[in-house]
Design a protein around this ligand. Sequence first.
Ligand code: BDR
Ligand code: CA
Length: 356
Amino acid sequence: MNSAGILAASAMGGFPLVARAAAGESAPARTASASSVHRIILDTDPGVDDALAILLALRSPELKVEALTPVAGNVPLDFTLPNALKLLELAGRTDVPVAAGASTPLVRRLVTAKAVHGNNGLGGVELPAPKIRPVSETASELIRRIVRANPGEISIVAVGPLTNVATALRADPGLAQMIRSIVVMGGSLSHGNATPAAEFNFYVDPEAARIVFDAGVPLTMVGLDVTRKALARQEHLKVLDAAKTPVCDFTAKILRATMARWSKDGGQSVALHDPLTVASLVDPEILKLRDFYVLIETSGEASAGQSLGYSGGRCAGPLRWKRRHPRNPPKPSGQMRKSQWKWTQSVSSGFCWGGW
Ligand code: BDR
Ligand code: CA
């Protein structure tokens, strides 16, 4: 178990920079000094919202994407791997290495989310077959090599099942001490979406989630409690349509397909779980974080993949609930600093700016 900064509630507001992009005005270029750029490995199972998260990360000057490491999740690896390559080509970022990750969870049979993401993982929207190839290393090997070459510098942003990250940590016991932070889209402190108890990414590979949460790396869990509130709506689609660029066209198509397939409100909105997770690094003030000890349930018939959060004082349960990892002691609760319009602003900038 580990302590994890978690979630933020937020209220809906406007999205001024999207409107500006739609009006054809040039958006102010955002820059980041070399020393403030956050270097990340993006571990992902694209996936409609993963695709948007990848595009956002690639487009954000605050982030440097060192690698994409696709994993089986929303759809099998046979799709998530080529999807990652296709998205890099769409974004003109073929410089980013891609390494094939795990095709199955650590011990379980793969469960996918084709009903949400379509059979190809991109809502049925087709991109050209990729010309670029993955590197010869596995995802676990590439994660270890990049982190070991840059101790304390690299954060892992994981927006799929945690199989690749757990495999790397298990293969290399010294690795955890060298990772700057892990930011996870997954889990919930309320109810799940794969089962009443479990969020999808943790449900697919609970054993991997347990390994990652217990590794002692500073960890932020961006769970359903907040990502459910991060909604793309019809008005965002209109803005994307108006931009008339290949990336915005593609983004609008996959969002539209997902709204039609899976929206809970008659096709009006879809939750952007993974983009919010990336956005929390682009602008760390977007989310209000609280500290919890988090235990990932691995054994329950109905509760496998559940994330149990505990923020109280001492409790009389098993010792693990009281353990405080020296690298990651609980911190005081933060306060909400920005409302959702700021989030939408950051996310939109990833899709629409800069001639994409
Ligand atoms: C998570 O599950 C996947 O379907 C999404 O891509 C996201 O990472 C939300 O529960
Ligand atoms: Ca995902």
